[in-house]
Design a protein around this ligand. Structure first.
Ligand SMILES: [Zn+2]
Ligand SMILES: [Zn+2]
Length: 316
């Protein structure tokens, strides 16, 4: 099982602002020139030691996560990150109309579907796509995005074969080389988490979910659903303070993700769906606070905390 993140930002595509790039460059040079430990190192070795947020970016594309299991291609959500995934898939069979893939949608809020009209393999005749969700009208929802008032190209112009399949929460689905289970989540308009098991590895995609006073009962169900997974990709849109002031907005915090991952005996929790107002520096600060929260509350736990970024590859 290989997991690659193509879009990790929540709500809205968020390009890095020119002033943020300029500040990053200035601070990068100050750091390289003034850090004693870097002196005498080759430039590439010094750069390797610069923290991620100071030399790169977590990325501004909205949710799209790709999982490869053997020859099977699985895609969670079609946010703006799907555009780059499409180009990567076009390097292989998908450019010749010989590719097949399954999309699983958490829900159809705009940030989770807006990349589909730009997903190149959908345009190639011969490619076969299956679109899964728990919504009975998924096809209608996706077609609506291609209404000529909003987008110039109809869904029928995308000549690949498309099938729409409705799933039921709490059922297990067998796809031969892997199984998928679905859980309904608390989010405006509903959203759904997916649990994928293949060989002895388990991946969970749980974005756009909120636990608060009104649905604490679901917490135990969620912990059972997540239990013993190798990788839990979890909605970490907010800081703890923001999460407390944005009740019913449908999202979680990093601290909550750490608590739930610890209680479910997860190996790696991947922080995901960052708020569009967060700079790379702020995300890095929040991650640091999250790691010290974990070290304080669960000092003996081996739980690994990984901030998602575009291009991140995890092989559990
Ligand atoms: Zn979202
Ligand atoms: Zn949403």
């Amino acid at each position: 099982m290989q997991i690659r993140y193509y879009g990790v930002r929540g709500s809205l595509p968020t390009p890095t602002l020119p002033e943020e790039v300029e500040l990053k460059v200035k601070r990068f040079f100050v750091r390289i020139l003034r850090t004693k430990e870097y002196r005498g190192l080759k430039l590439k070795d010094a750069v390797r030691q610069v923290p991620f947020h100071a030399k790169s970016t977590y990325g501004g594309n909205t949710p799209c996560v790709y999982v490869r299991i053997g020859n099977e291609h699985i895609i969670f959500d079609g946010g703006s990150g799907a555009r780059m995934l499409g180009f990567d898939l076009m390097k292989d069979k998908f450019s010749k109309g010989k590719g097949t893939a399954r999309f699983f949608f958490s829900h159809t809020h705009w940030d989770h579907i807006q990349g589909l009209p730009f997903f190149a393999p959908l345009f190639i005749p011969g490619n076969k796509f299956e679109f899964y969700s728990c919504f009975p009208d998924l096809e209608e929802r996706l077609r609506y995005q291609h209404d000529p008032r909003f987008f110039p190209i109809s869904m029928d112009y995308m000549q690949s074969q498309k099938k729409f399949i409705q799933l039921n929460p709490d059922e297990a689905y067998d796809f031969k080389s892997y199984t998928v289970r679905v859980m309904k989540q608390n989010h405006p308009g509903d959203s759904f988490a997916y649990r994928v098991e293949a060989d002895d590895k388990t991946f969970i995609y749980s974005s756009d979910v909120e636990f608060n006073d009104k649905n604490y009962g679901q917490l135990h169900q969620a912990i059972d659903f997540y239990r013993d997974a190798d990788v839990l990709t979890f909605d970490s849109q907010y800081t703890l303070d923001e999460a407390l002031s944005k009740i019913d907005w449908g999202h979680s915090s990093i601290q909550f993700g750490i608590d739930i991952a610890y209680n479910a005996n997860i190996k790696k929790v991947v922080l995901f769906h960052y708020d569009p107002t967060y700079s790379d520096e702020k995300i890095s600060d929040i991650v640091r606070i999250g790691i010290s929260y974990k070290n304080k509350l669960y000092p003996k736990s081996d739980l690994e905390i990984i901030p998602a970024h575009e291009g991140l590859l995890i092989e559990p």
